[in-house]
Design a protein around this ligand. Structure first.
Ligand SMILES: [Zn+2]
Length: 434
């Protein structure tokens, strides 16, 4: 009897795995594509094809059914008008996406993680839209001193929520974006500094894409914002990480790096081993200068964070975070706090605390550039650059003083001209205080 029960249970399990249920769908709108994620009870066989007049995308799930309570009400964005479904006689679940324009679809399966089960991801890219990154490079711009550019990277997003708080369930992806936006505003308000955000809404970007965006904008510094969880809820404090060449400098660093790097699975591609070998070669060959700069910048931010609250650890940590591997852009990752700690979770939700955190990071970044501004930037220009004036026929001292908006007396004093105002053609005057 007992054996029969076991057998029946096994049979049920087996039949369930063939007939997958589609339990729900989530929509994420990124600037360059739309992502639909279907939750399925198991790995599903599927086919995708397009129809036109009107534009539709058909997804056939083999031998599947919709779970009770499945709703597709909100599947509407700039690519999508809505979603319909039907079960065909052969048991195929057919989902039809009504489109606003033709799209190029890309699909892949995601394996279960701590938060979600099996998923089918459908990415929709607009057809014919090849979006080129905006890069400022007129000859004028190159000659004129430019702003330093800081790429501010809000960790996680979209299907990848990051860590979550144990008390209020606060999602890391939400607070990282809020702090990143505050940081951008603060940086933009500084003389000679400008920030770009790698993401501006709730959608996922792959780790390599984040690095590429920074490079496309010719960023001088990359700052990734996070608020991760640790298994020990008592652990708290903010911290700053730079890429390590060899192993992580603490257990927490290793733990965090593993979790962060795993988030790239959401992009549908596994981290490519070959790329990692290439990255490590690049690191060895040319990254020591970048590494040095990263450590310098991180130390400044770490110091400012220490003024705001508790910092975790006694110094800047080293860990193998994928997102920090740009060989040519100094990069750091700021853990603004541990969202797993109830007190810090409350802080991280608080607009005032977020602003203080952003302000501390901005000050650290500003201090770094004050000490090491890249050549050709406004910040690299010497504030007391001397301006000289060569006397030509017809010049008078008072007219020169007027032109450079300095007082006649200071002009005289600077150039040791006595009261008779005697100047000669060809004489070089130094303009004071410029
Ligand atoms: Zn994170």
């Amino acid at each position: 009897m007992k054996k029969l029960l076991v057998l029946l249970t096994l049979l049920c399990l087996a039949s369930q795995s063939f007939a997958a249920e589609v339990a729900g769908v989530r929509l994420w709108t990124a600037p360059d594509h739309t992502r639909l994620v279907f939750d399925t009870s198991g790995p599903t066989e599927h086919k995708v094809f397009s129809l036109n007049k009107p534009d539709r995308l058909v997804i056939d799930f083999d031998g599947s059914s919709l779970a009770e309570g499945f709703s597709a009400k909100d599947v509407v964005d700039r690519h999508l008008k809505g979603m319909r479904h039907a079960v065909r006689p052969d048991g195929t679940l057919r989902v039809v996406l009504d489109l606003k324009r033709a799209v190029r679809p890309k699909t892949f399966l995601l394996k279960p993680n701590q938060r979600y089960g099996h998923r089918l991801v459908v990415d929709l890219y607009p057809v014919g839209a090849t979006r080129k990154p905006r890069v400022a490079k007129s000859t004028n711009d190159i000659k004129r001193a430019r702003d330093v550019v800081v790429a501010v990277d809000a960790g996680h997003g979209g299907e990848d929520p990051g860590a979550s708080g144990s008390r209020f369930g606060t999602k890391e992806k939400i607070v990282t974006l809020q702090i990143a936006k505050r940081l951008k505003r603060l940086i933009d308000a500084q003389h000679g500094m400008r920030a770009v955000l790698t993401r501006t809404g709730d959608y996922y970007i792959g780790l390599r894409k984040r690095m590429k965006l920074a490079r496309d904008h010719r960023a001088d510094l990359f700052v990734s914002i996070h608020a991760d969880a640790f298994r020990d809820k008592r652990v708290r404090g903010s911290s700053v990480y730079v890429l390590s060449k060899r192993g992580a400098s603490s257990e927490a660093a290793r733990w965090l790096a593993e979790k962060e790097n795993a988030s790239d699975l959401v992009g549908g591609v596994k981290l490519d081993d070959k790329d990692d070998v290439l990255a490590s070669v690049l690191l060895d060959l040319s990254q020591s200068a970048t590494q040095h700069a990263s450590i310098g910048a991180a130390a400044k931010v770490y110091k400012e964070l220490g003024r705001v609250g508790k910092v975790h650890g006694r110094q800047v940590h080293h860990a193998g975070f994928m997102v920090l591997k740009s060989p040519d852009i100094p990069s750091m990752l700021v853990e603004t706090g541990f969202i797993s700690n109830p007190g810090e979770e409350r802080n991280l939700r608080d607009p005032k605390y977020q602003e203080r955190m952003a302000r501390a990071i901005m000050r650290g970044v500003k201090n770094y550039f004050a000490a090491a501004a890249p050549p050709g930037t406004l910040l690299a220009e010497r504030p007391n650059k001397t301006i000289k004036h060569v006397i030509v026929r017809g010049d008078t001292l008072s007219e020169i003083a007027d032109r450079y908006q300095v007082s006649l007396a200071s002009l005289r004093r600077q150039n040791r001209i006595r009261s008779d105002n005697h100047i000669q053609i060809g004489q070089v005057l130094v303009i004071p205080g410029t």
